[in-house]
Design a protein around this ligand. Structure first.
Ligand SMILES: C[S@@+](CC[C@H](N)C(=O)[O-])C[C@H]1O[C@@H](n2cnc3c(N)ncnc32)[C@H](O)[C@@H]1O
Length: 238
């Protein structure tokens, strides 16, 4: 089923249930840039036709406010403010609330029109936007990486490419939507609108096949949703 035909189905939330049909075995994945661009063009994560909307997980106050509180407290705990790189910044409703806690805030997304819109809408001396594919392109240098509900949409191969580049950073704040309770981690998906929750799986970069190496880990926040899922934010020191 071509992805375009999904555009007729406009659903509201949660984004992980707004998935296209299970891919046929011989289905070729769309390039991630095209898939993400279409999500915003067709408002597949919700929002009005005229707006860029990254999903209710980026807007619902019960989800966003505790996240901003805990991450801003972390950023504020440094005497010398950190340079932050927000990979997959989306519509920037969340990142926008963190800019003032960083020395420099570099926000990156794969969708060109979204980055152009963010550049017009969010202006601060310490803020810059870049349109990059974080799986393929070189990433800006920074002290701390924020990856919020991005890897959950990507195939294991793309996650692996991204993780290889993260070893250049000191701190990572990673947020993933995962099933509540026990689950089989890292079942592969095609990159796009849906996430592993539909397969009763979720991403855990510390276990196979990724085995991402860190020196310290702390669970910063868990927020339950109404669909037997949990949005988990972890802090890693490399
Ligand atoms: C669900 S949204 C989350 C947005 C934001 N992090 C937040 O929490 O509000 C996921 C974002 O990741 C971006 N993204 C997905 N794959 C990407 C890639 N390979 N490179 C850069 N951005 C990507 C999408 O375009 C989308 O804006």
């Amino acid at each position: 089923m071509p992805l375009q035909s999904l555009s007729r189905t406009k659903l509201i939330f949660p984004e992980e249930f707004m998935t296209k049909k299970e891919p046929k075995r011989n289905k070729k994945p769309w390039p991630t840039k095209d898939a993400m661009t279409q999500i915003y063009e067709k408002n597949l994560w919700g929002g009005n036709d005229s707006e860029f909307y990254s999903g209710q997980g980026s807007h619902q106050p019960e989800i966003v406010n505790p996240y901003v509180k805990v991450v801003s407290a972390f950023l504020n705990s440094f005497e010398t403010p950190l340079t932050v790189c927000d990979l997959g910044c989306g519509d920037f409703n969340v990142g926008n609330q963190l800019v003032k806690f960083a020395k420099k805030y570099i926000a990156v997304d794969i969708v060109p029109d979204l980055i152009a819109r963010n550049q017009k809408m969010f202006i601060a001396e310490n803020l810059e936007f870049h349109c990059l594919d974080i799986a393929k392109d070189d990433l800006p240098s920074a002290d701390c990486v924020i990856l919020r509900q991005v890897l959950q949409h990507l195939s294991n191969a793309e996650v692996q490419y991204i993780l290889k580049k993260l070893s250049n950073y000191k701190y990572i704040i990673l947020t993933e939507h995962i099933p509540e309770g026990d689950f089989t981690p890292n079942i592969d998906i095609i990159s796009g609108q849906g996430i592993r929750l539909k397969k009763k799986s979720g991403l855990d970069v510390l276990v196979p096949p990724f085995n991402f190496k860190i020196t310290k880990e702390k669970q910063l926040l868990t927020t339950k949703d109404d669909w037997k899922g949990v949005i988990l934010t972890r802090f890693f020191e490399l």
